[in-house]
Design a protein. Sequence first.
Length: 94
Amino acid sequence: MSEATAAAPAAEKTQGVRKSRVGTVVSDKMNKTIVVEVERRVPHPKYKKIVRMTSKFYAHDEKEEAKEGDKVRIVETRPISKLKCWSLAEVLKH
């Protein structure tokens, strides 16, 4: 075995694509935390009618720039606390 193949560069760590969601801020009462409600439209498993499903995400807002009612984009991040694993990317609409 030659030196070149034995000393091959280690597999470089590459960061995966982060999930992104767009939703509405429903609460900004906590310090540096917002609650974002995201709505999805999915077909019902049995009846196939399109139904609305909502999910709430706790997101980190370092500068506290998002206010209740704003439309925002959040991105997945490392766990910040028990419930927070998203962070505010941008405020789309005030």
